[in-house]
Design a protein around this ligand. Structure first.
Ligand code: NAP
Length: 480
């Protein structure tokens, strides 16, 4: 019902107007299989017009006062808060994320927009002490942050609202225009967000929205000479192809992870197990900072394994609109089939199945594995599904080395009561964030967020993204 407005397929926002295209595609509810509506499939000709419009929008944004940018973002945050249930229901119906998680995502998106509104009036430069070095005498000046221009923002399906806000909020705060490409599984929430921002007073050409398949028009967008920056959140494979197509321009890559957690023998085992079950299986494991590998010290291994299996089996699996549901469907049957194939591979190579391992359509039961070969797919690649693997260790450094054995790291975590152990692990874990007595899944939207190792290209977290979406300009006055 709530999506009937999109049935006409007029989902391309270009020059402040909503348009259809020759081709359209359905948006499917992954739980019911029902078509929620249809969206237009953009092509390279739409990219051309969208970038031309956003180029004009960038001029409008550049001249908008910081106070006005802030006011628009505050109004958008207030409008989102007032409409939170409709947005939460839309997230659940198009992604299958359980409604409690969808409500949390909306609340976080409100915060992300508010942080962006605050950042708009804080993004000032600094004065420079030119006379601090010989040759700089009689000079005075400062630097300011200027917008980069048109930003292509490309988002994944799993947090379709908050991850779009993490790009749009800082981009507008810094005075840029955006061409947004949401994931093909989850365009409806992005359309709702675009409408809300325009209603909040955003200059109409500051935001274009292109729905459809990234494979059809992604290269045209990211490679466009008038796009100054590509801000991407998604998988490594697509990220690599975007880097090739984009050429020399600013790139921000928020990629996947393979979240390791270390549980020490002095940890509170019940608390750690509950946090790991939630961090591994929330959003059916479709979470870039989800818990994927858990290293448990000998003395508490059996207790932790028992507590994790109990916590996992207690999770309510099913209809994501039911507020009692903890784990809903995966985003599509292809994703669910790939998940089961990886579990079968691990079990075929000697892993023990302690919980789950079954699939019904798009639902995959939360799965706990032990004795997993370290080169099994579920252990060495991003799983992005409801599976977690347990490993036993004796010595902390051995666990840290194993945790670090991954190309793409976002967060790592350690459960311990010892400050010395926590500080040692925090120093040695190769990750962009180390959570102590929380799972890898903890994130505050104000903190710097990104990758370490190969995934290290740019930072989100509003204040940090706003600077990545700006360029400094120095103004120097010579008195002589
Ligand atoms: P994905 O398949 O990589 O797609 C992400 C986005 O890229 C989609 O909008 C997709 O469009 C688009 N795309 C595909 N091909 C493109 C091309 N050639 N040019 C430009 N854009 C293109 O990722 P996903 O399955 O939606 O999301 C899961 C991944 O996102 C996981 O790896 C997860 O770890 C990662 N993620 C990272 C973070 C973070 O903050 N680090 C947060 C959440 C998720 P289509 O949908 O049309 O293909």
């Amino acid at each position: 019902m709530m999506h009937m407005a999109f049935d006409s397929g007029r989902s391309l926002l270009i020059g402040g107007r909503w348009e259809a295209a020759d081709d359209a595609m359905p948006v499917i509810n992954p739980w019911s299989g029902e078509a929620l509506g249809a969206v237009a499939c953009a092509d390279a000709s739409h990219v051309e017009r969208a970038v031309a419009s956003a180029t004009r929008g960038a001029e409008a944004m550049r001249t908008l006062s910081t106070g006005e940018r802030s006011r628009i973002l505050h109004s958008a945050a207030a409008a989102l808060e007032a409409d939170d249930e409709r947005f939460a229901a839309a997230i659940t119906t198009e992604t299958g994320k359980p409604i409690r998680g969808a409500r949390r995502e909306v609340a976080r998106a409100v915060n992300t927009l508010r942080l962006s509104a605050e950042e708009a009036v804080r993004l000032a430069g600094e004065t420079i002490a030119f006379d601090s070095f010989p040759g700089g005498e009689a000079r005075a000046g400062h630097f300011v942050y200027e917008p980069v221009g048109v930003i292509a923002a490309i988002t994944p399906f799993n947090d379709p609202l908050n991850l779009a806000c993490h790009k749009l909020g800082p981009a507008f705060a810094a005075g840029n225009a955006v061409v947004l490409k949401p994931a093909e599984q989850a365009p409806l929430v992005a359309i709702m967000l675009a409408r809300l921002l325009l209603a909040a007073g955003l200059p109409e050409e500051a935001l274009c929205l292109l729905t459809g398949r990234g494979s059809d028009f992604g290269d045209a967008l990211t490679g466009h000479a008038d796009v100054a920056m590509v801000s991407f959140t998604g998988g490594v494979r697509v990220g690599e192809s975007i880097c090739r197509a984009a050429g020399i321009k600013r790139l921000a890559m928020e990629l996947g992870g393979n979240g390791p957690v270390i549980v020490m023998d002095d940890a509170d085992v019940e608390t750690a197990a509950a946090a790991c079950a939630s961090g591994a299986f929330g959003a059916a494991g479709q979470n870039c900072i989800g818990v994927q590998r858990i290293y448990v010290q000998d003395a508490v291994y059996d207790a932790f394994q028992g507590a994790l299996v109990v916590a996992t089996e207690r999770l309510r699996v099913g209809d994501p609109m039911d507020p009692e549901t903890d784990v809903g469907p995966m985003v599509g049957s292809g994703a669910a089939e790939r998940m089961i194939a990886s579990i079968v591979e691990a079990v075929g190579r000697g892993a023990s199945l302690l919980a789950g391992g079954e699939r019904a359509g798009t639902l995959v039961r939360p799965t706990v594995l032990a004795n997993v070969p370290r080169d099994a797919r579920v252990a060495c690649r991003e799983a992005f599904g409801p599976v977690v693997s347990l490993f036993r260790f004796t010595d902390l450094d051995e666990a840290i080395d194993a945790a670090n054995r991954t190309d793409y790291a976002i967060h790592a975590a350690v459960f311990t009561e010892s400050l010395r152990t926590a500080r040692h692990a925090a120093r040695r874990l190769r990750a962009a964030g180390v959570m102590v007595n929380d799972s890898t899944d903890y994130r505050l939207d104000a903190m710097p967020f990104g990758g370490a190792g190969r995934g290290n290209m740019g930072r989100e977290g509003v204040r940090f993204a706003a600077r990545e979406m700006s360029q400094t300009k120095v103004i120097c006055f010579h008195d002589a």
